[in-house]
Design a protein around this ligand. Structure first.
Ligand code: ATP
Length: 250
């Protein structure tokens, strides 16, 4: 399978502190790849560097071509990369529809005027956003806000969608709805790099997974195999229920 994104020996630091160290990672065309790890592991830092928000060392290839330090965020978005940050970054007073249209801005600037067709595609994926198209983004529920953030990224017709903790702060029922949507995005041909602390849901939705701890990859493999790895089970999925209950003091 062709690589859409290939990262070799990537390091990212904040001053003298290296938050990501010599990391190798790959996202194949059409794949969903998850990156799991605890707070502070460097997951957000990695995504920020990939989209061009932070300087880094090492090599990044996108569609087989190197991404270079002078390729800024606008350039990378123009190549089809999109980031949905943990903070969602919606324009709260603006309507759902206007937030979505802003997601097509860089396409519009390049002369692509077909955003109304893409808007209908996004509404087909998220009927709830269509129902609320005139509602102010700031009044949406947490799950709807996440749908809007993903929908806005899709308005740019990305080839690589990077999602930073899409399940953060959501109720379990909404998390499963969001992950069903993420899995459904496969059909649209977009490849996904998914950063999550909810390892169970992420690995279930993914083809391949990486585990990042304190800036370094400690494990990787096909997602189904990682989900069976004893270290992943113990650290990220919680211990399996034992068949013999622990005796409780009377
Ligand atoms: P979380 O799951 O909590 O979002 P994360 O895996 O995304 O964590 P990062 O936010 O990438 O982790 O942080 C990695 C390390 O870099 C942490 O030690 C953090 O304190 C540090 N860090 C992040 N942003 C900055 C910054 N602007 N300046 C200095 N250090 C930072």
């Amino acid at each position: 399978m062709n690589s859409l994104l290939e990262v070799r020996g990537l390091s990212v630091g904040y001053g003298k502190v290296e938050a990501v160290r010599t990391l190798d990672l790959r996202v194949g065309e059409g794949q969903i790849v998850s990156l799991i790890g605890p707070n502070g592991a460097g997951k957000t830092t990695l995504m920020a560097a990939l989209i061009g928000l932070l300087p880094c060392s090492g090599e990044v290839f996108y569609q087989g071509e190197p991404l270079l330090p002078h390729h800024d965020v606008a350039h990378r978005v123009g190549l089809g990369m999109a980031l949905v940050p943990e903070s969602r970054e919606l324009f709260a007073p603006m309507s759902v529809e206007d937030n979505l249209c802003l997601g097509a801005f860089s396409r519009y600037r390049r002369g692509d005027r077909d955003y109304s067709g893409t808007l209908e595609e996004v509404f087909a994926l998220f009927p709830r956003l269509k129902e609320r198209r005139q509602q102010a983004a700031g009044t949406l529920s947490g799950g709807e806000r996440q749908m809007l953030a993903i929908g806005r990224a899709l308005m740019g017709k990305p080839r690589l969608l990077m999602l930073d903790e899409p399940s953060l702060g959501l109720a379990p029922r909404i998390i499963s709805e969001i992950f069903t949507i993420i899995e459904g995005l496969r059909q649209t041909g977009v490849s996904i790099l998914l950063v999550e602390q909810n390892a169970r849901a992420a690995l279930r939705a993914s083809d391949y997974g990486y585990v990042l701890e304190v800036g370094e990859l400690v494990l990787q493999g096909p997602a189904a195999e990682l989900a069976e790895d004893p270290k992943v089970i113990e650290t990220y999925l919680g211990r399996r229920a034992t068949t013999t209950p622990t005796p409780q003091p009377a």
